[in-house]
Design a protein around this ligand. Structure first.
Ligand code: EPU
Length: 332
Protein backbone atom coordinates (compact mmCIF):
# COMPACT_ATOMS: atom_id res chain seq x y z
CA UNK A 1 0.00 0.00 0.00
CA UNK A 2 1.30 3.42 -0.88
CA UNK A 3 -0.09 6.81 0.13
CA UNK A 4 1.83 9.79 -1.15
CA UNK A 5 1.32 13.49 -0.57
CA UNK A 6 1.59 16.25 -3.20
CA UNK A 7 2.28 13.63 -5.84
CA UNK A 8 3.23 14.51 -9.42
CA UNK A 9 0.78 13.17 -12.00
CA UNK A 10 3.16 13.70 -14.90
CA UNK A 11 3.77 9.97 -15.24
CA UNK A 12 0.06 9.21 -14.83
CA UNK A 13 -1.44 10.99 -17.84
CA UNK A 14 -0.57 10.47 -21.49
CA UNK A 15 -1.24 14.13 -22.34
CA UNK A 16 1.88 14.90 -20.31
CA UNK A 17 0.25 17.46 -18.00
CA UNK A 18 2.58 18.49 -15.20
CA UNK A 19 0.04 18.67 -12.37
CA UNK A 20 -0.14 17.31 -8.83
CA UNK A 21 -2.59 15.44 -6.63
CA UNK A 22 -2.91 16.38 -2.94
CA UNK A 23 -2.81 12.62 -2.27
CA UNK A 24 -2.03 9.58 -4.39
CA UNK A 25 -2.96 6.11 -3.25
CA UNK A 26 -2.06 2.86 -4.99
CA UNK A 27 -3.65 -0.39 -3.84
CA UNK A 28 -2.68 -3.95 -4.67
CA UNK A 29 -5.75 -5.72 -3.31
CA UNK A 30 -9.42 -5.09 -2.59
CA UNK A 31 -8.73 -5.46 1.13
CA UNK A 32 -6.12 -2.70 1.01
CA UNK A 33 -8.56 -0.44 -0.77
CA UNK A 34 -11.43 -1.24 1.59
CA UNK A 35 -9.26 -0.62 4.62
CA UNK A 36 -7.98 2.74 3.37
CA UNK A 37 -11.23 4.14 1.94
CA UNK A 38 -12.70 5.66 5.14
CA UNK A 39 -9.49 7.61 5.73
CA UNK A 40 -8.84 8.97 2.22
CA UNK A 41 -9.38 12.67 1.58
CA UNK A 42 -12.30 13.34 -0.78
CA UNK A 43 -13.00 13.80 -3.62
CA UNK A 44 -11.62 10.56 -4.99
CA UNK A 45 -10.49 10.09 -8.57
CA UNK A 46 -9.73 6.56 -9.70
CA UNK A 47 -7.43 6.51 -12.72
CA UNK A 48 -5.84 3.88 -14.93
CA UNK A 49 -2.89 4.88 -17.11
CA UNK A 50 -4.48 8.29 -17.61
CA UNK A 51 -4.82 7.71 -21.35
CA UNK A 52 -8.28 9.27 -21.59
CA UNK A 53 -7.82 12.16 -19.17
CA UNK A 54 -7.07 15.85 -19.43
CA UNK A 55 -5.93 17.48 -16.21
CA UNK A 56 -6.72 21.19 -16.27
CA UNK A 57 -5.03 21.87 -12.93
CA UNK A 58 -3.88 20.23 -9.71
CA UNK A 59 -6.24 17.69 -8.18
CA UNK A 60 -7.30 18.55 -4.63
CA UNK A 61 -8.33 15.21 -3.18
CA UNK A 62 -7.02 11.66 -3.59
CA UNK A 63 -6.09 10.06 -6.89
CA UNK A 64 -6.44 6.28 -6.67
CA UNK A 65 -4.60 3.81 -8.83
CA UNK A 66 -5.22 0.09 -9.01
CA UNK A 67 -2.20 -2.19 -8.94
CA UNK A 68 -4.24 -5.41 -8.99
CA UNK A 69 -2.77 -7.17 -12.01
CA UNK A 70 -2.68 -10.49 -13.80
CA UNK A 71 -5.04 -12.80 -15.65
CA UNK A 72 -6.43 -16.12 -14.47
CA UNK A 73 -8.64 -18.61 -16.30
CA UNK A 74 -11.68 -19.22 -14.07
CA UNK A 75 -13.49 -21.81 -16.15
CA UNK A 76 -13.64 -23.25 -19.65
CA UNK A 77 -16.09 -25.17 -21.76
CA UNK A 78 -15.76 -26.39 -25.35
CA UNK A 79 -16.17 -22.91 -26.85
CA UNK A 80 -15.40 -20.33 -24.22
CA UNK A 81 -12.95 -19.50 -21.45
CA UNK A 82 -13.84 -17.10 -18.66
CA UNK A 83 -10.81 -15.09 -17.62
CA UNK A 84 -10.60 -12.78 -14.61
CA UNK A 85 -8.20 -9.90 -15.11
CA UNK A 86 -7.00 -7.39 -12.49
CA UNK A 87 -8.23 -3.86 -13.28
CA UNK A 88 -4.66 -2.51 -13.10
CA UNK A 89 -3.36 -4.84 -15.83
CA UNK A 90 -2.09 -3.18 -18.98
CA UNK A 91 -4.73 -3.65 -21.68
CA UNK A 92 -2.39 -4.54 -24.51
CA UNK A 93 -0.45 -7.05 -22.40
CA UNK A 94 -3.78 -8.74 -21.74
CA UNK A 95 -4.51 -8.87 -25.50
CA UNK A 96 -1.10 -10.49 -26.07
CA UNK A 97 -1.73 -12.94 -23.23
CA UNK A 98 -5.06 -13.96 -24.81
CA UNK A 99 -3.47 -14.72 -28.17
CA UNK A 100 -0.62 -16.68 -26.60
CA UNK A 101 -3.16 -18.76 -24.63
CA UNK A 102 -5.26 -19.53 -27.73
CA UNK A 103 -8.12 -17.30 -26.56
CA UNK A 104 -9.75 -14.99 -29.07
CA UNK A 105 -11.95 -11.93 -29.31
CA UNK A 106 -9.58 -9.22 -28.08
CA UNK A 107 -7.06 -9.15 -30.96
CA UNK A 108 -8.70 -6.28 -32.90
CA UNK A 109 -8.28 -4.14 -29.78
CA UNK A 110 -4.47 -4.48 -29.93
CA UNK A 111 -2.29 -1.51 -29.11
CA UNK A 112 -4.89 0.53 -27.21
CA UNK A 113 -3.14 2.36 -24.38
CA UNK A 114 -4.54 2.07 -20.87
CA UNK A 115 -5.59 -0.48 -18.30
CA UNK A 116 -8.27 -3.16 -18.11
CA UNK A 117 -10.47 -1.32 -15.56
CA UNK A 118 -10.59 1.81 -17.72
CA UNK A 119 -11.33 -0.30 -20.80
CA UNK A 120 -14.47 -1.55 -19.02
CA UNK A 121 -15.49 2.00 -18.09
CA UNK A 122 -15.07 3.44 -21.59
CA UNK A 123 -16.06 0.40 -23.62
CA UNK A 124 -12.97 0.85 -25.78
CA UNK A 125 -13.53 0.05 -29.41
CA UNK A 126 -11.49 -0.09 -32.59
CA UNK A 127 -11.07 -1.93 -35.89
CA UNK A 128 -14.45 -3.66 -35.77
CA UNK A 129 -14.55 -4.73 -32.09
CA UNK A 130 -15.76 -3.30 -28.81
CA UNK A 131 -14.70 -4.40 -25.33
CA UNK A 132 -18.35 -5.00 -24.31
CA UNK A 133 -18.52 -7.90 -26.78
CA UNK A 134 -16.17 -9.90 -24.54
CA UNK A 135 -16.94 -8.46 -21.09
CA UNK A 136 -18.99 -10.86 -18.97
CA UNK A 137 -18.77 -9.27 -15.52
CA UNK A 138 -17.26 -6.27 -13.72
CA UNK A 139 -16.33 -6.46 -10.04
CA UNK A 140 -16.22 -3.22 -8.05
CA UNK A 141 -15.75 -1.76 -4.62
CA UNK A 142 -18.40 0.79 -3.70
CA UNK A 143 -16.35 3.68 -2.30
CA UNK A 144 -19.38 5.02 -0.39
CA UNK A 145 -20.68 1.90 1.32
CA UNK A 146 -17.45 -0.07 1.37
CA UNK A 147 -19.20 -3.08 -0.16
CA UNK A 148 -18.32 -5.28 -3.10
CA UNK A 149 -20.73 -4.99 -6.02
CA UNK A 150 -20.58 -7.18 -9.10
CA UNK A 151 -22.21 -6.04 -12.35
CA UNK A 152 -23.02 -8.45 -15.15
CA UNK A 153 -22.51 -7.12 -18.68
CA UNK A 154 -26.18 -6.14 -19.13
CA UNK A 155 -26.09 -4.05 -15.95
CA UNK A 156 -23.08 -2.12 -17.27
CA UNK A 157 -25.31 -0.43 -19.89
CA UNK A 158 -22.77 -0.65 -22.68
CA UNK A 159 -23.15 1.24 -25.92
CA UNK A 160 -20.73 3.05 -28.27
CA UNK A 161 -17.97 4.46 -26.01
CA UNK A 162 -20.31 4.43 -23.04
CA UNK A 163 -21.26 2.59 -19.85
CA UNK A 164 -23.01 3.38 -16.56
CA UNK A 165 -19.55 3.81 -14.98
CA UNK A 166 -19.14 7.12 -16.85
CA UNK A 167 -22.11 8.69 -15.03
CA UNK A 168 -21.31 10.96 -12.09
CA UNK A 169 -23.52 8.96 -9.72
CA UNK A 170 -21.63 5.75 -10.50
CA UNK A 171 -18.11 7.10 -9.95
CA UNK A 172 -18.43 5.52 -6.50
CA UNK A 173 -17.85 2.09 -8.09
CA UNK A 174 -14.13 1.37 -8.30
CA UNK A 175 -13.44 -1.50 -10.68
CA UNK A 176 -11.06 -4.09 -9.25
CA UNK A 177 -11.36 -6.90 -11.82
CA UNK A 178 -13.15 -7.76 -15.03
CA UNK A 179 -14.24 -11.19 -16.28
CA UNK A 180 -13.91 -11.68 -20.03
CA UNK A 181 -15.55 -14.44 -22.08
CA UNK A 182 -13.06 -15.38 -24.79
CA UNK A 183 -13.53 -17.78 -27.61
CA UNK A 184 -11.39 -20.94 -27.80
CA UNK A 185 -12.10 -21.18 -31.48
CA UNK A 186 -10.33 -18.79 -33.85
CA UNK A 187 -12.54 -16.77 -36.15
CA UNK A 188 -11.15 -13.51 -37.49
CA UNK A 189 -13.28 -10.36 -37.15
CA UNK A 190 -12.75 -8.53 -40.44
CA UNK A 191 -15.64 -6.04 -40.36
CA UNK A 192 -13.32 -3.03 -40.53
CA UNK A 193 -12.82 -2.19 -44.19
CA UNK A 194 -9.04 -1.83 -44.14
CA UNK A 195 -8.63 -5.19 -42.36
CA UNK A 196 -11.02 -6.90 -44.77
CA UNK A 197 -9.07 -5.66 -47.77
CA UNK A 198 -5.69 -6.49 -46.23
CA UNK A 199 -6.76 -10.12 -45.72
CA UNK A 200 -8.94 -10.56 -48.78
CA UNK A 201 -8.97 -14.22 -49.75
CA UNK A 202 -6.68 -15.31 -46.87
CA UNK A 203 -7.55 -16.39 -43.37
CA UNK A 204 -5.10 -14.57 -41.09
CA UNK A 205 -3.99 -15.89 -37.70
CA UNK A 206 -4.88 -13.91 -34.57
CA UNK A 207 -1.26 -12.76 -34.37
CA UNK A 208 -1.45 -11.52 -37.96
CA UNK A 209 -4.60 -9.54 -37.18
CA UNK A 210 -2.87 -8.10 -34.12
CA UNK A 211 0.17 -7.06 -36.16
CA UNK A 212 -2.01 -5.52 -38.89
CA UNK A 213 -3.90 -3.48 -36.28
CA UNK A 214 -0.65 -2.36 -34.64
CA UNK A 215 0.71 -1.19 -38.00
CA UNK A 216 -2.54 0.69 -38.78
CA UNK A 217 -2.52 2.40 -35.40
CA UNK A 218 1.11 3.41 -35.81
CA UNK A 219 0.32 5.12 -39.10
CA UNK A 220 -2.63 7.09 -37.74
CA UNK A 221 -2.09 7.67 -34.04
CA UNK A 222 0.72 9.49 -32.28
CA UNK A 223 2.81 7.66 -29.67
CA UNK A 224 2.05 9.41 -26.35
CA UNK A 225 5.68 8.94 -25.31
CA UNK A 226 6.67 11.21 -28.20
CA UNK A 227 3.67 13.54 -28.47
CA UNK A 228 1.29 13.88 -25.51
CA UNK A 229 -2.29 12.90 -26.40
CA UNK A 230 -5.27 10.91 -25.18
CA UNK A 231 -6.33 9.22 -28.42
CA UNK A 232 -9.65 10.32 -29.86
CA UNK A 233 -10.51 13.59 -28.14
CA UNK A 234 -14.06 13.55 -29.53
CA UNK A 235 -16.60 10.79 -30.07
CA UNK A 236 -18.23 10.21 -33.43
CA UNK A 237 -21.55 12.09 -33.27
CA UNK A 238 -24.86 10.26 -33.44
CA UNK A 239 -27.52 12.38 -35.14
CA UNK A 240 -31.11 11.71 -36.23
CA UNK A 241 -31.15 10.56 -39.87
CA UNK A 242 -33.82 13.19 -40.54
CA UNK A 243 -31.30 15.95 -39.77
CA UNK A 244 -28.59 15.07 -42.26
CA UNK A 245 -30.52 15.44 -45.52
CA UNK A 246 -28.90 18.76 -46.50
CA UNK A 247 -25.45 17.65 -45.37
CA UNK A 248 -25.67 14.47 -47.48
CA UNK A 249 -26.74 16.57 -50.46
CA UNK A 250 -23.90 19.07 -50.01
CA UNK A 251 -21.28 16.41 -49.20
CA UNK A 252 -22.14 13.15 -50.96
CA UNK A 253 -18.75 11.72 -49.89
CA UNK A 254 -19.43 12.35 -46.18
CA UNK A 255 -18.95 9.06 -44.25
CA UNK A 256 -22.12 7.98 -42.44
CA UNK A 257 -23.03 4.74 -40.75
CA UNK A 258 -26.47 3.47 -39.84
CA UNK A 259 -26.62 3.39 -36.05
CA UNK A 260 -30.16 1.94 -35.81
CA UNK A 261 -33.30 3.49 -34.32
CA UNK A 262 -33.35 6.26 -36.91
CA UNK A 263 -29.86 7.46 -35.94
CA UNK A 264 -26.78 7.93 -38.09
CA UNK A 265 -23.16 7.96 -36.87
CA UNK A 266 -21.06 10.62 -38.58
CA UNK A 267 -17.27 10.73 -38.63
CA UNK A 268 -15.88 13.39 -36.28
CA UNK A 269 -12.49 13.05 -38.03
CA UNK A 270 -14.09 13.85 -41.39
CA UNK A 271 -16.00 16.87 -40.02
CA UNK A 272 -12.89 18.29 -38.33
CA UNK A 273 -10.77 17.59 -41.39
CA UNK A 274 -13.32 19.16 -43.76
CA UNK A 275 -13.57 22.23 -41.51
CA UNK A 276 -9.83 22.71 -42.09
CA UNK A 277 -8.41 21.90 -38.66
CA UNK A 278 -6.13 18.98 -39.54
CA UNK A 279 -2.56 19.83 -38.50
CA UNK A 280 -3.69 23.15 -37.00
CA UNK A 281 -1.66 24.55 -34.10
CA UNK A 282 -2.92 26.93 -31.44
CA UNK A 283 0.03 27.83 -29.26
CA UNK A 284 1.29 24.61 -27.71
CA UNK A 285 -1.85 22.61 -28.57
CA UNK A 286 -2.38 20.98 -31.94
CA UNK A 287 -4.61 18.79 -34.10
CA UNK A 288 -2.72 15.67 -35.13
CA UNK A 289 -1.81 15.70 -38.80
CA UNK A 290 -2.74 12.06 -39.56
CA UNK A 291 -5.92 11.77 -37.44
CA UNK A 292 -7.71 15.03 -36.64
CA UNK A 293 -9.76 13.34 -33.89
CA UNK A 294 -6.61 13.43 -31.80
CA UNK A 295 -5.46 16.62 -30.07
CA UNK A 296 -1.80 16.76 -29.14
CA UNK A 297 0.41 18.51 -26.62
CA UNK A 298 3.18 20.00 -28.73
CA UNK A 299 5.26 20.51 -25.59
CA UNK A 300 4.36 22.22 -22.33
CA UNK A 301 0.70 22.90 -23.18
CA UNK A 302 -1.70 23.32 -20.26
CA UNK A 303 -4.99 21.49 -20.03
CA UNK A 304 -6.76 24.79 -20.57
CA UNK A 305 -4.89 25.37 -23.86
CA UNK A 306 -5.97 21.94 -25.13
CA UNK A 307 -9.52 22.69 -24.01
CA UNK A 308 -9.53 26.07 -25.78
CA UNK A 309 -8.51 24.35 -29.01
CA UNK A 310 -11.20 21.67 -28.51
CA UNK A 311 -13.88 24.32 -27.93
CA UNK A 312 -12.81 26.29 -31.02
CA UNK A 313 -13.15 23.10 -33.09
CA UNK A 314 -16.56 22.29 -31.58
CA UNK A 315 -17.86 25.83 -32.34
CA UNK A 316 -16.47 25.86 -35.86
CA UNK A 317 -17.80 22.39 -36.76
CA UNK A 318 -21.19 23.44 -35.42
CA UNK A 319 -21.15 26.69 -37.46
CA UNK A 320 -20.15 24.86 -40.63
CA UNK A 321 -22.19 21.65 -40.41
CA UNK A 322 -24.75 22.16 -37.61
CA UNK A 323 -23.35 19.06 -35.86
CA UNK A 324 -22.40 19.22 -32.20
CA UNK A 325 -19.23 17.30 -31.31
CA UNK A 326 -18.78 16.03 -27.78
CA UNK A 327 -15.56 15.33 -26.00
CA UNK A 328 -14.63 11.77 -25.16
CA UNK A 329 -11.70 12.69 -22.94
CA UNK A 330 -12.46 13.23 -19.23
CA UNK A 331 -11.65 16.75 -18.16
CA UNK A 332 -10.51 17.02 -14.54
N1 EPU B 1 -11.10 10.69 -41.81
C1 EPU B 1 -10.92 11.90 -42.44
N2 EPU B 1 -9.71 12.51 -42.31
C2 EPU B 1 -8.71 11.96 -41.58
C3 EPU B 1 -8.89 10.73 -40.95
C4 EPU B 1 -10.12 10.11 -41.07
O1 EPU B 1 -11.81 12.41 -43.11
O2 EPU B 1 -7.65 12.56 -41.51
C5 EPU B 1 -12.39 10.03 -41.95
C6 EPU B 1 -12.34 9.00 -43.05
O3 EPU B 1 -13.46 9.20 -43.84
C7 EPU B 1 -12.45 7.69 -42.32
C8 EPU B 1 -13.23 8.08 -41.08
O4 EPU B 1 -12.77 9.40 -40.78
O5 EPU B 1 -13.16 6.78 -43.07
C9 EPU B 1 -13.02 7.17 -39.93
O6 EPU B 1 -11.63 7.10 -39.59
P1 EPU B 1 -11.08 5.89 -38.72
O7 EPU B 1 -11.44 4.60 -39.35
O8 EPU B 1 -9.66 6.14 -38.39
O9 EPU B 1 -11.94 5.88 -37.41
P2 EPU B 1 -12.50 7.01 -36.47
O10 EPU B 1 -13.98 6.89 -36.48
O11 EPU B 1 -11.93 8.32 -36.81
C10 EPU B 1 -12.57 5.38 -34.42
C11 EPU B 1 -12.16 5.39 -32.98
C12 EPU B 1 -10.66 5.17 -32.87
C13 EPU B 1 -10.33 3.83 -33.50
C14 EPU B 1 -10.78 3.85 -34.97
C15 EPU B 1 -10.57 2.55 -35.69
C16 EPU B 1 -13.77 6.86 -31.93
C17 EPU B 1 -14.00 8.14 -31.20
N3 EPU B 1 -12.54 6.64 -32.35
O12 EPU B 1 -11.97 6.51 -35.04
O13 EPU B 1 -10.35 5.11 -31.48
O14 EPU B 1 -8.95 3.53 -33.41
O15 EPU B 1 -12.20 4.15 -35.02
O16 EPU B 1 -11.57 1.66 -35.40
O17 EPU B 1 -14.71 6.09 -32.10
C18 EPU B 1 -9.42 6.21 -29.57
O18 EPU B 1 -10.47 6.00 -28.99
O19 EPU B 1 -8.47 6.79 -29.00
C19 EPU B 1 -9.27 5.83 -30.96
C20 EPU B 1 -8.20 6.14 -31.65
Amino acid sequence: MELRQNHSLLGHNTFGMDVRASWFFEYSSEDELLEALPRLERPLLNIGEGSNLLFCGDFRGTVLHCAIRGAEIESTDAETALVRVGAGSNWDSFVEWCISHGLYGAENLSGIPGEVGAAAVQNIGAYGSEACEIIRQVRTVDAESGEIRVFDAAECGYSYRDSIFKRAENKRYIITSVVFALSREWKPILKYKALASEFEGIEPSAEEVRQAVLVMREGKLPDPKVLGNAGSFFVNPLVPASRIGTLSFLYPDMPRFDAGEGMVKLSAAWLIDKAGWKGFQMGRAGVYEHQPLVLVNLGGATGQEILNLANSIINDVYDKFGVELSMEVNRI
